[in-house]
Write a protein that binds this ligand. Structure first.
Ligand code: F6R
Length: 254
């Protein structure tokens, strides 16, 4: 950690907030948390996320694997979510994203990799069932500009397990950058772990950088827990590390 990082423990919660100077430092701090878990438990179960936020962390994990030989051969992963209606091999599917940006750079075994897929309740139940045999050691999360975690949009009851959701316009607009900036190409639905599924993890590691996350970060940490900000459910989790840059932390007042 650099000398400039600020660490805050949020009163009445088990949230530890680390404020770094920029995206690179945030990615490095996230890597340290991940590395400690993988190094201490070679058969750890990792809950993983997609999006822009984890790319720096994933680069660090690959570099560490290549340089230091940290092995993932006994690691199991479960991803948070996937678009409905995209073929797994579509360039913007989360399946493709994970293989391109992380799995192809590690020695992880394909049979230990899990991503939700499908568009029915039976598909959701099958994913929950697959997770029942495991205990997630750390769940990595990003946060949506509207406070979503996974694809649990504002209004989602905290009790939900894996389910099919309709994506809100803000989320589809935010993600249009991956679809030729054309919102019409962005799927309208996704399959996602529910908030109750996420809360089962032993530890949550949430990373947020950039000014467009500042309102959501404030509501997550300082707001009264409410379905208006799905990430605020994390105030009730037993072990949460939130890693921010100064822009994402800029609206915190307490
Ligand atoms: C991704 C996911 C989403 C993203 C969130 C932030 O698997 O579940 O909740 O974490 O939309 O996305 P980025 O990192 O692209 O800003």
């Amino acid at each position: 950690m650099s000398n400039f990082d600020i660490i805050i423990f949020v009163e009445d919660t088990n949230m530890k907030i680390i404020v770094t100077n920029n995206y690179e430092e945030a990615s490095l701090e996230a890597f340290k948390v991940m590395k400690e878990i993988v190094a201490n438990k070679p058969n750890a179960v990792l809950g993983l996320a997609t999006g822009s936020t984890p790319l720096g962390l994933y680069k660090n994990m690959i570099e560490d694997h290549k340089t230091n030989g940290t092995s993932y051969k006994d690691i199991t992963t479960f991803n948070l979510d996937e678009y409905v209606g995209l073929d797994r091999n579509h360039r913007e599917s989360y399946y493709t994203f994970m293989h391109t940006n992380l799995f192809s750079g590690l020695d992880i075994l394909e049979e230990n990799v899990h991503l939700p897929f499908g568009n029915t309740q039976a598909d959701c139940d099958a994913y929950e069932k697959a997770m029942e045999d495991y205990q997630v050691d750390v769940q990595l999360l990003g946060i949506g500009g509207n406070g979503h975690i996974g694809f649990n949009e504002p209004g989602t009851p905290f009790e939900k397990t894996t389910n099919i959701v309709e994506l809100q316009e803000r989320t589809r607009t935010d993600n249009a950058r991956f679809f030729d900036n054309d919102i019409n190409q962005v799927p309208t639905h996704a399959i996602t772990m529910g908030i109750a599924t996420i809360m089962k993890a032993n530890k949550v590691l949430l990373v947020a950088t950039g000014e467009n996350k500042a309102d959501a970060v404030k509501a997550m940490i300082e707001g009264v827990p409410s379905v208006d900000c799905p990430a605020s459910a994390l105030q009730n989790h037993k072990d949460v590390v939130v890693i921010l840059d100064t822009a994402a932390a800029s609206k915190l007042t307490k």
